[in-house]
Design a protein around this ligand. Structure first.
Ligand code: PAF
Length: 289
């Protein structure tokens, strides 16, 4: 296994990416905040495949940057888990060629920085309401990473469904020329969606966390049997998760792209959940049949 090349300086990274793109190289990008798990690695394998799609080797890139702009006051920025050495080894095994890992936030947000990307509608509701400013921070950093990396395609996990829709909208609205691709959620054997934040859970919390994916699976079955009422589906999910001792942040059924509330749970409607286990906030979602 070979380690990917590590670049710390965004300007050096950008020079490298522009030169590669000008030479006709296809570029696939996986932006991350590190502490990588199987979900990230599935994005990286897909990036490798898509970079090489043109019939000659492309560049599969990953970025590792814990973006302060997407954390609100009192959130987990300071304790967000980090492991650059371990992450580089994982990137190498997943076929990533080069990793950008700026060593200080000021490399991305230098003195005088004042331009922000606000995706107005899709950022509303769900996590957008519970975490004010979160998607502004996400959209801004991803816009910068696109500008620095000049990718043809960028890959994101469906676990952050609202984030994926925000970024798709941003890339389309701002004519960024990047194909924004969502990849299926990777789950633990018991169904818990993989997340870097699962590392915060105690052994006992980890066992209770499975209530979220179980409740979503039950709702999918009920919808498959003909239940179309969003209120009844959401209540059942809420009750099942609360019964396991979690605190609900939201349970909502929404249109998969606009994320507006739906009156009927038609096929493709997205059922999205955020819930707290102690101080840890977990999110998950499924498409209804
Ligand atoms: O999904 C994440 O890890 C982050 O929100 C992202 C897209 C890397 C932006 O910081």
């Amino acid at each position: 296994m070979s380690l990917p090349e590590l670049i710390r300086d965004p300007a050096a990274w950008q020079r490298r990416c522009i030169a590669s793109r000008d030479a006709g190289t296809r570029i696939a990008l996986v932006p991350t905040m590190g502490y990588l798990h199987e979900g990230h690695l599935s994005l990286m394998h897909e990036a490798r495949r898509r970079a090489d799609e043109g019939g000659r080797p492309g560049l599969a890139l990953a970025t590792i940057f814990v973006n302060p702009a997407q954390f609100g006051p009192g959130e987990d920025l300071a304790r967000y888990p980090r492991d650059l050495e371990g992450d580089l080894a994982k990137c190498g095994r997943a076929g990533i060629d080069i990793v950008l890992a700026p060593d200080d936030p000021s490399a991305i947000y230098p003195e005088g920085f004042q331009t922000w990307v606000d995706v107005e509608q899709v950022s509303k509701g769900l996590c957008g309401d519970r975490r004010p400013g979160h998607f502004r921070g996400v959209a801004t950093v991803v816009a910068k990473l696109f500008g620095l990396s000049r990718p043809h395609v960028a890959l994101f996990g469906d676990k952050d469904w609202q984030q994926f829709q925000v970024l798709r909208r941003m890339a389309a609205d701002l004519d960024m020329g990047v194909e924004v691709v969502g990849m299926p959620i990777i789950r633990e054997p018991d169904g818990l969606a993989m997340s870097s934040r699962n590392a915060y859970l105690s052994a006992e919390e980890r066992q209770r966390a499975v209530a979220i994916s179980r409740a979503l699976g039950d709702a999918q079955r009920r919808a498959g049997q003909g239940e179309r009422d969003p209120g009844r589906l959401a209540s059942a999910v809420r009750e099942a998760i609360e019964a396991a001792g979690l605190r609900i942040d939201y349970v909502d059924l929404a249109h998969p792209e606009t994320l507006r509330a739906v009156e009927r749970a038609v096929p493709g409607t997205r059922l999205l959940v955020a819930a707290f286990l102690g101080r840890t906030r977990l999110i998950d979602n499924v498409a209804l049949p």
